[in-house]
Design a protein around this ligand. Structure first.
Ligand code: HAM
Length: 424
């Protein structure tokens, strides 16, 4: 018989692991709401062109990692590789720009990229993402708030050794100036660039800046000299300095990295990445930045000057970096045990009644010996075993056994709901 297994680069999140996921998700929702973010849920697939337009034709995600739906009906759609494009699509489609000066969204959900799987790199992974979008909303305060929020979340999740690296790519115009400057410079040293960068530098010269190859690094360092950041215009540099001084005011430590450029085309001005300990080579636990230009790119009102900034954190990497991967056993309030057919019927009704008053309950649907039913109650970590033995059935009562201290009491069947409600 053919055996089936989970697709490569994906995994089952099993019941024992769910409590770690719930803890992260619940904490996230609580913190995000305290910063004024509201949840948005968009489909897991969108038109392929939405991603091509947003992330850029030259990005690795569009070039190599888009998982497109190939059925005849759904041609032209792809699973979402990230959440920003979908949120901007929804922002414009639902005219949020006409309704409020700043929309603060968050999302929690699966993303899909056709990557080569390794530790911390999956084909289906989960992100907690945040996007703040609005007309005339660009402000260094908002950039600083977004960075503070990312660090706040990671701290609350117990992520160890979180380090924040930031950079500024400048305005759209700055990016063009910087591109042609570096393109001219790198063309003089084309033969010293690695194969990837030789093809990259025509299409997206920024990607050469973050290449880890030794010889590319030398070319980049020679071109950049002693500058700590990219050659920005006065306005962009002022904006970047403001963000940094606000971070300082909030006591958020950061490092400026001139090599940090990010792999997605939509960023301008502030970009950032957060790394953490214990993740191996895939050490980015989260990343983001400002992407104001994307709103026009996806059809925003040409007369409106939009601002947009956000980030996404990878939940699998958060779990790895916080060491919260130990399975937590589940528990149940009551396990009902019956000894015969008539008792089974009573037990079935009682389990139903217990659940309706908010007490979690279960039973063996096929009965069985008392010993094996008690074993099952133990395995489920039941707080109480409720036993309907022969004697109890005769006297219309039930034995209530406290599984923690072994104490046992007989309670009239008609009073057992009330009895347990008072106990919890
Ligand atoms: P990203 O850097 O592509 O940015 O992904 C953000 C985070 O998602 C990464 O730092 C990592 O933790 C996690 N991640 C990405 N790919 C994988 C993978 N294959 N396996 C496991 N985890 C992964 C974005 O997605 C942007 N949309 C962030 C953003 C929001 N920028 C502005 N707004």
């Amino acid at each position: 018989m053919q055996k089936f297994s989970v697709p490569r680069g994906t995994c089952d999140i099993l019941p024992d692991e769910i409590s770690s996921w719930e803890t992260i998700e619940n904490k996230a929702r609580q913190v995000l709401r305290s910063y004024g973010y509201r949840e948005i849920r968009t489909p897991v697939y969108e038109e392929t062109t939405l991603f091509k337009r947003s992330l850029g034709q030259t990005s690795d995600i569009v070039n190599k990692q888009l998982l497109e739906l190939a059925t005849s009906k759904d041609e032209g759609y792809a699973l979402r590789p990230e959440g920003t494009a979908s949120v901007v699509r929804s922002y414009l489609e639902n005219s949020f720009d006409k309704k409020e000066p700043l929309s603060k969204f968050f999302y929690i959900g699966p993303m899909f990229r056709g990557e080569r799987p390794q530790k911390g790199r999956l084909r289906q992974f989960h992100q907690i993402g945040v996007e703040a979008i609005g007309p005339n909303s660009a402000s260094p305060y908002l950039d600083a708030e977004i960075l503070a929020l990312a660090m706040h979340l990671l701290n609350d999740f117990g992520v160890k050794g979180a380090k924040l690296k930031i950079n500024s790519l400048g305005s759209k115009e700055d990016k063009e100036v910087i591109s042609s400057l570096f393109r001219k410079e790198f063309s003089k040293h084309k033969k010293d660039l690695c194969e990837d960068c030789q093809s990259r530098f025509e299409r997206n010269v920024f990607r050469v800046l973050d290449c880890k190859n030794e010889s590319c690094r030398k070319v980049v360092n020679a071109a950049m000299g002693s500058d700590v950041h990219l050659p920005l215009s006065v306005g962009s540099l002022q904006y970047f300095n403001n963000v940094q001084s606000m971070l300082k005011d909030l006591g958020i430590r950061h490092e400026v990295s001139r090599h940090l450029v990010r792999g997605l085309d939509y960023y301008t001005h502030t970009v950032f990445e957060i790394t953490a300990e214990g993740l191996g080579s895939q050490d980015a636990v989260g990343a983001g930045g400002r992407y104001s230009g994307l709103i026009h790119e996806l059809g925003g009102d040409p007369k409106t000057d939009y601002g947009a900034v956000g980030f996404a954190l990878g939940i699998e990497r958060i779990l790895l970096a916080s060491g919260a991967t130990q399975p937590a056993p589940s528990t149940i309030d009551a396990f009902v045990i019956a000894m015969d057919e008539v008792g089974q019927k009573q037990a079935f009704k009682l389990v139903n009644d217990l659940r309706h008053v908010g007490i979690s309950a279960d039973m063996n649907y096929n009965g069985g010996k008392i010993g094996s039913q008690m074993n099952r109650a133990n395995k489920l970590n039941a707080r109480f075993a409720l036993i309907l033995g022969e004697e109890e059935m005769k006297s219309c009562s039930i034995a209530v056994k406290n599984m923690t201290n072994g104490a046992q009491e007989n309670v009239a069947l008609k009073d057992v709901l009330e009895y347990l409600r008072n106990t919890f």
